[in-house]
Write a protein that binds this ligand. Sequence first.
Ligand SMILES: [Zn+2]
Ligand SMILES: [Zn+2]
Length: 374
Amino acid sequence: MAPQREWFEKDYYKTLGVSDTASAKEITRAYRKLARELHPDANPGDASAEERFKEVSAAYDVVGDDAKRKEYDEVRKLGPMGGMGGFGPGPGDGANFTYTATDLNDLLGGLFGRGGRRGQGPSRGPGPQRGDDLEAELHLSFLDAVHGVETSVNLVSEAACSTCHGSGAKPGTSPTVCPRCNGRGVLDDNQGFFSFSSPCPNCAGRGTVVSDPCPTCHGRGVERRPRQVKVRIPAGVDDGQRIRLKGRGGPGRNGGPAGDLYVVTHVAADPLFGRDGRNLTITVPVTFPEAALGTKIKVPTLEGDPVTLKLPAGTKSGRVFRVKGRGVQTKRGGGDLLVTVEVAVPQKLSADERRAVEALAEATTASPRAHLGV
Ligand SMILES: [Zn+2]
Ligand SMILES: [Zn+2]
């Protein structure tokens, strides 16, 4: 992905509430927390939360990716925040030019050694453009998230027009080279040291014009339509995870590559089990006599037979027992089942039970609160 104009204007670290020296782990943690808080499902109808959610996602796109983050850090050093006087029109310089993302990419392409367009011949076209990155939500059942699943997401996005296959021309006709820009798609505008260019107004930057536009897309070459994209979700995805599907986003223009599709997962809760990374969790109630005297209890597992857990005498409420290998199994390794034992307090007592509890109270001499000194 080429650096974007927004990189000059946005402080992605600030958006995520981290310092620009934060580790990748810290950034991911900050992103997950914000994504959960701001998620549209958690804030129905709250437009500002949704806007923030998008900003946070966009920020994580860049600084959550090692390679992009490196480039972004470079760009920040060059941009309005770091010297060179900025690229935009400054106050009082009177020059009323605009730069386009394409031009900046050229400029940055040069800075990063990828080669710019300028000076490479008189009549290159606007060149291939990468398609948009898209984001889609995917709701998963608890089990599907644990096992991984092959499913599909529905999204409405721009896609190559089905009538003209993207040319914009009425079927049977073809686009012709734009006479104003000779197919370059841009008109130059020299501003001292930098040569900026603006998109050709005659062809809207495409380099070609269509005299007989396609009736479906009115010459744009793209149409918005619902798409179904097949996705393979790996075993063990977490709630709120962002999965990048390379090349499944918006279509490229002029032969450029497609953008990426980011799938944000929402994992439904299970009535019995919880997740803690690769570990599964479950809370099991026991009676006071079971905890005090020790016992064996049966504990269900998500897959396969129940396991028998031996509680020693004097098990405290809240103690966690680990059942090895009964957690989420992923390619990178498996987790355990963490069983939290909780002493249940009966809400109602039969006459027999009441008598027994009263007898126990009678026999109990030491107060568990002795150390409080009151
Ligand atoms: Zn069309
Ligand atoms: Zn033109």
